[in-house]
Design a protein around this ligand. Structure first.
Ligand SMILES: NC(=O)c1ccc[n+]([C@@H]2O[C@H](COP(=O)([O-])OP(=O)(O)OC[C@H]3O[C@@H](n4cnc5c(N)ncnc54)[C@H](O)[C@@H]3O)[C@@H](O)[C@H]2O)c1
Ligand SMILES: O=C(O)[C@H](O)COP(=O)(O)O
Length: 465
């Protein structure tokens, strides 16, 4: 595979700082901003007593372009700007043609759940090395294609879990008391005081489908409200509190008063809840979906709500969601009885967005500056302990096809050098190797870079120093 443009090395300039090949599309030899460098040193602390840890960075961080879409939180914008990167922000998702034009030139893109990074979009991205999903879901990215191009994808696996769990707790109470309908009536000037089919949630059974970060957090909150919790998951999991894992989806549906979905969007979960499953649910029971819109068949749910078989639903996610605020929303669920519709706000709290901004921006910075891929969702997870702060030490980051014989080839290239440490791992068709090499001259760095990036298995080669 070809070496991406973002990894073109700079020519040797005579000093270690100036000479090393650069990461993302470095064109200038200006040093990093002093502020960022000092902060980095403080963070990494001393290395083995008297020797400090080296601050690895792509050479001129001002040349690194970051595109942040969908109103990514200010905490991320600041953190990325503090590194000296060029950061362009947009409040909304971009139309595909605009995105294709914008993404051509950037080294990193930050998105939320709306931006679709398809094969077509990724193929237009000539310099892209890393993607940050400032959310939990990563189904909006063609992860495999990104990996095949050496593009690592990071997300925030749990920073908004609590926000979703709290919303679901609120919805359980609201549905149980038909609060959506009562509220609508009052706003129309209609006084309608009813207790028929309104219930306390104490003693009722909550069925959680998908007992991951959100499902398990919800389980604890629901039990503290006096609910009994059943859950269904594809893997056996430790039940929290007195909750109980059931043997099948049907068993959960048949025994729950409230059913709530917390699974990712996958081939298996698409249309997971249709007519058959809805009619397995108890008469008058409630359905909540704050996972992904494709998991519930909307027509079947609307029919079950209108027939009264399902007593109410809260839906936060839809198969087709408007691209931005103010755009028209349509759904067969509009006007269904006791149905709460929210515009994908499960993770939309100040706390969650701020934490996500910090978490994902740190992962991006570590990947760009240090090559660290820990936490990547589509990429082998590799890290090395800090590199010594010595002039002529470098870090080689090599993303390559996962085929036999590669390590031997790299060992031959590095045979005459002092490899301080090296680690490599693979995931599916790609593998990632990091090696710290000391005592290398600028000419040797150029030679290592050239020979590694010319290997037939090369996807992306970077040298950090
Ligand atoms: N509405 C929102 O704003 C919002 C916010 C955050 C997350 N989400 C969605 O919620 C989903 C779940 O989030 P999470 O953090 O709990 O994820 P998670 O990965 O921690 O947990 C998902 C669980 O689902 C299970 N699972 C997968 N496939 C399954 C199947 N076919 N049947 C049963 N269980 C299955 C997994 O084993 C796992 O335990 C995310 O993927 C995202 O799409 C929505
Ligand atoms: O995947 C997620 O974390 C949620 O769906 C939230 O997505 P958002 O950041 O687009 O609100």
């Amino acid at each position: 595979m070809p070496t991406s443009v973002m990894n073109t090395p700079t020519a040797p300039q005579g000093t270690s700082v100036a000479a090393a090949p650069a990461a993302p599309n470095t064109t200038s030899n200006a040093p990093n901003t002093p502020g960022a460098e000092t902060r980095g040193r403080e963070r990494q602390g001393s290395f083995g007593g008297s020797t400090r840890a080296k601050i690895l960075k792509p050479f001129n961080t001002a040349n690194i372009k970051i595109l942040l879409l969908e109103n990514v939180n200010e905490t991320a914008v600041r953190a990325l700007q503090d590194q000296g990167y060029q950061v362009e922000t947009h409040a909304k998702a971009l139309a595909e043609d605009v995105l294709i034009e914008k993404i051509k030139d950037v080294h990193c893109v930050g998105i939320r759940s709306k931006t679709k990074l398809t094969k077509k979009v990724l193929d237009a991205a000539e310099k892209l090395g890393v993607i940050g999903c400032f959310c939990i879901g990563t189904n909006q990215v063609d992860l495999e294609h990104a990996a095949s191009k050496g593009i690592a994808v990071f997300n925030s696996p749990f920073s908004n879990s609590r926000s979703v769990a709290e919303l679901v707790i609120a919805e359980i109470v609201l549905l149980s008391r038909q609060l959506g309908d009562r509220n609508n009536e009052m706003h129309q000037g209609i006084w309608s005081k009813v207790s028929a089919n309104c219930y306390e949630i104490r003693g009722k059974t909550l069925g959680i489908i998908g007992y991951g970060h959100i499902g398990s957090q919800l389980s604890v909150l629901a039990e503290s409200m006096g609910m009994r919790v059943l859950f269904h998951d594809v893997v056996p999991l430790m039940p929290l509190g007195t909750s109980k894992q059931v043997g099948s989806l049907d068993e959960l549906l048949e025994n729950s008063d409230f059913v709530t979905l917390h699974v990712p969007e996958t081939e298996e979960t698409k249309n997971m809840i249709g007519e058959h499953e809805l009619y397995k649910m108890k008469q008058g029971s409630f359905l909540i979906n704050a996972s992904r819109g494709t998991i519930v068949q909307i027509s079947a749910l609307a029919k079950a709500l209108r027939s009264g078989h399902i007593g109410g639903a809260a839906v936060d996610v839809f198969p087709k969601e408007p691209a931005a605020n103010g755009k028209f929303f349509e759904s067969e669920l509009i006007g269904c009885p006791n149905t709460l519709l929210t515009p994908h706000i499960g993770g939309s709290t100040e706390e969650a967005q701020s934490m996500i901004g910090v978490e994902v921006s740190q992962a991006l910075i570590k990947f760009i500056n240090n090559g660290t891929s820990i936490g990547a969702v589509n990429f082998p997870e590799v890290d090395l302990r800090a590199i010594r702060d010595e002039e002529n030490s470098i870090r080689l980051c090599y993303t390559h096809a996962n085929v036999p014989g590669v390590l031997l080839r790299i060992t031959n290239i590095l045979a005459d050098h002092n490899v301080d440490k090296q680690f490599s791992d693979s995931k599916g068709k790609i593998a990632y190797l990091m090696a710290d090499i000391s005592d290398v001259t600028p000419e040797q760095i150029q030679d290592i870079y050239r020979r590694v990036s010319e290997t037939p298995t090369n996807i992306v080669t970077r040298v950090l120093y």
